[in-house]
Design a protein around this ligand. Structure first.
Ligand code: MN
Ligand code: MN
Length: 480
């Protein structure tokens, strides 16, 4: 700090001009310790929960540890009273975690909504085939993937196989250091003359994303497709699976290995599936410490955001409305749940893209998030002329801005890239369709949607701090 007196102009600038803050500068010693501890837990979560199902399992276990019970259990025992901690499991792929507020649910709920699904490669219903002494697995990619990023990296297989007798097997292969892994091969440079002339989007095709899964033949030389038979035998011995079982399976191919610290200074986390498990995790961390809230806080963990929020576990379904309905009737209130939504507010907790020094040209520097500058408030997403955007109303943006400033949350704002460069969406528009006020709010990542995404540890902390402030806000919601 210079001892020199600030000039009048400097003082005026400080008072009038908007300046972004680096969150590292704003952390107290205690906050720093808390942030680092939370990130250790976050890496464990990322390493363990690589699918929607595994994420739901993880959070249900955490819920049980912290005294949350299934909603129907509380309802049956007539214990769904203010302060009661509950969760609603939607088909092991989506989850609502909440605490009954002191105020009646007709006063609205406070929702933080994220998603548990992430871009990946799903096995096709009939995936297994043999070619040139090798066994491969056909895949169908899920969500927005840049296909060339998925070749020549170690891959793991996670998922559920429902067997012919109706029982199921959960499978994880490739995460234990003693496990084998899988991979998708790529051409050597020596023979890539044609491939190298292709566009990035076309050089690796969807049908070309085949997983290498075996090469050792069954001993009997008379039988055809000996390598495939040997793999089927292995699968049967270890998991009781026959080939038809793949048809009733959901097997997801994801990058193998744990999330790790990134950088000399360990200031960042690199790992798979941070879009959007980073928000699922931080919203849970915000929920975990709440006792007897005034308004009912809901941690909403949705599925299928990456493919348009479709399906009965996606945000376009009635999942949240039905939950509100159940909570209302438990309080003896007979009301159209849409009317609860109309007085509710939500943070659509999802990630955005931080400005990348390697690709500055796709961003509008005035409106791009910077890694380390705190949790991001995004007024609107969409593409082109804001198509399909939930454009948060100024009053709601103002309310959240005021809340964060008063709580000492370091936050920033930004758009997802330049106006005509592309765009994207979140569950915000679906929450808004239900009648809630919604704004997108989450950390910015580097390499978003890549097999290994990058987040800033201090942004993870500020996101959690912002979510906590939102859940703990006891002010009535009258901003219009
Ligand atoms: Mn997302
Ligand atoms: Mn995404």
């Amino acid at each position: 700090m210079s001892t020199k007196e600030k000039s009048a102009a400097e003082k005026l600038k400080e008072k009038l001009a908007y300046k972004q803050k680096n969150s590292w500068d704003a952390l107290s010693d205690d906050e720093y310790q808390e942030a680092m501890a939370i990130c250790e837990e976050y890496k464990e979560f990322l390493s363990l929960a690589k699918t929607e199902r595994e994420s739901v399992d993880y959070f249900i276990n955490k819920c049980k540890e912290k005294g949350f019970s299934p909603l129907d259990e509380l309802q049956n025992e007539n214990r769904l009273k203010p302060g009661a901690k509950f969760y609603i499991n939607n088909r092991n792929k989506a989850l609502i975690i909440g605490i009954v507020g002191q105020k009646a649910i007709t006063e609205g709920v406070r929702v933080i909504g994220s998603h548990l699904d992430a871009p990946r490669l799903d096995l096709k219903p009939s995936p297994l085939y043999e070619s040139n002494n090798l066994v491969l697995l056909n895949t169908h990619y899920y969500g927005g993937v840049k296909k060339y990023q998925w070749v020549t990296i170690p891959l793991a297989l996670h998922g559920r196989v429902v067997l012919g007798d109706g029982t199921y097997k959960d499978i994880v292969i490739g995460e234990d250091p003693a496990d084998p892994v899988f991979t998708i091969t790529d051409l050597l440079p020596h023979l890539s003359k044609d491939q190298m002339q292709k566009k990035l989007a076309e050089a690796i095709t969807g049908e070309g994303l085949n997983i290498l899964a075996g090469s050792k033949p069954y001993p009997d030389k008379e039988v055809k497709e000996r390598v495939k038979l040997a793999v089927l035998q292995k699968l049967n011995e270890e998991y009781g699976i026959v080939e038809e079982d793949f048809i009733s399976a959901e097997l997801e191919v994801v990058p193998a290995g744990p999330a790790r610290d990134l950088g000399f200074d360990r200031s960042m986390v690199i790992g798979y599936g941070q879009d959007d498990r980073i928000c699922a995790f931080t919203s849970w961390k915000a929920m975990e410490t709440i006792e007897n809230p005034v308004y009912t806080p809901l941690c909403l963990l949705a599925d299928k955001e990456e493919i348009g929020s479709t399906g009965n576990t996606g945000m376009a379904s009635r999942f949240l409305l039905d939950a509100a309905d159940v909570l209302a009737s438990a309080q003896g209130i007979d009301i159209n749940p849409g009317r609860i939504m109309a007085v509710s507010q939500a943070l659509s907790s999802d990630v955005s893209a931080a400005i990348d020094p390697n690709y500055e040209e796709v961003m509008d520097k005035m409106n791009s998030p910077v890694l380390g500058n705190g949790v991001l408030l995004t007024k609107y997403t969409g593409s082109g002329g804001k198509y399909t955007a939930n454009d948060a109303h100024a009053e709601f943006v103002g309310a959240i801005r005021k809340l964060f400033n008063e709580a000492g949350v370091i936050w920033q704002t930004g758009e997802l890239g330049k106006v005509d460069q592309g765009g994207g969406g979140t569950i915000a528009a679906f929450l808004a369709n239900l009648g809630m006020d919604v704004i997108d709010c989450g950390p910015a990542l580097l390499s978003m949607h890549a097999p290994y995404e990058v987040a800033s540890k201090v942004d993870i902390y500020m996101t959690m701090k912002g979510y906590r402030a939102f859940f703990e806000n006891n002010d009535p919601f009258n901003i219009y």
